[in-house]
Design a protein. Structure first.
Length: 314
């Protein structure tokens, strides 16, 4: 019926058939989410393409408005299956993990990430599933991505330190300036958004204290307002700095994890001599790139060139 209405409104038969097939596929995914999980991303792209084409075809065609209205009425039902897709994958991953099915769990969490659900919780569970499989470099990569999005995650930091201790390379990091190291620890106590909220609250306190300084009838109150405003604005600046610091670190793609068992680091791209070797799970800092090679540095200050295919950016 739907296909005939679309055809009568000027929609090509093949486009009407595509729409009908899409309805059937979404209905199957709605009542059998396990079987439809792997194809839902493709269903969404197909829905966008088909409906856009139908809309373009119907414009100006007699009777097209009624047929297009029918398509739009069916659209919520199609999207209902799409909406349940992430929930289905998440539950599938959690159930598989609880049952010790580590590969199934990691596949479900990977599918969530592929579907655009980029959250620290998904990455954290993915890291746990990789660790249970003995895939140390991918577990490290997942935990690093959690901390990139939320540096205040104590669980991810603890797990990262533990799995990093299982890697083969032992690199003595150059000590960080003590004041900067202390500031970093304070910064990581809360998330970027939490620091931003604190900055707003402190700014409001600064304005209140400033008004107290300007309008208070007694000198004692004005003095308290003056010094209180100074303290509030300094703390506001510190909270805002912490928030922006985390945001900046979260958007930079300047670190990577070695993903292959052994990788030779060379003095120059392609034709250089071997300087040293790195093993899977080691974290490197990205400095530059030339073709299929990356210029990297280690925490101890050593530098060299490594194949891009041997590492994965955090």
């Amino acid at each position: 019926m739907i296909a005939s209405r679309l055809t009568a409104s000027g929609v090509p038969a093949d486009l009407a058939s595509r729409f009908n097939a899409l309805l059937d596929a979404c209905e199957f995914a709605r009542y059998s989410p396990e079987g439809g999980d792997s194809a839902m991303g493709g269903h969404y792209d197909e829905a966008v393409s088909v409906i856009s084409s139908i809309d373009s075809t119907m414009k100006g065609h007699k009777g097209g408005g009624a047929a297009l209205a029918l398509v739009l009425l069916l659209l919520p039902g199609m999207m209902q299956a799409q909406t349940s897709y992430p929930d289905s994958l998440w539950q599938r991953g959690v159930n598989a993990y609880e049952n010790g099915q580590w590969e199934t769990a990691s596949s479900a969490f990977e599918a969530l990430l592929s579907a655009g659900i980029q959250s620290p919780e998904v990455q954290y569970n993915l890291g746990n599933a990789y660790y249970k499989q003995g895939d140390i470099p991918r577990a490290i990569l997942a935990y690093e991505r959690v901390l990139k999005a939320d540096p205040s995650s104590a669980d991810a930091r603890f797990n990262l330190e533990f799995v990093s201790s299982l890697t083969q390379d032992r690199i003595d990091a150059v000590p960080e300036f003590i004041f900067k190291a202390w500031m970093r620890k304070v910064c990581y106590l809360l998330s970027s958004n939490a620091w931003a909220v604190i900055a707003l609250v402190l700014f409001a306190a600064f304005l209140t204290l400033l008004l107290t300084f300007l309008l208070a009838p007694r000198q004692r109150e004005r003095k308290a307002g003056f010094f209180g405003a100074i303290v509030a604005v300094l703390l506001c600046a510190a909270a805002l700095t912490f928030s922006l610091w985390q945001k900046d670190e979260g958007t930079r793609a300047d670190a990577a994890i070695v993903m292959v068992p052994v990788s030779a680091v060379k003095s120059a791209p392609a034709g250089g001599t071997d300087l040293f070797v790195l093993h899977e799970g080691t974290k490197v800092r990205l400095l530059d790139d030339v073709g299929s090679w990356k210029n990297i540095s280690l925490a101890d200050g050593r530098q060299g060139w490594i194949r891009s295919s041997d590492i994965e950016v955090i």
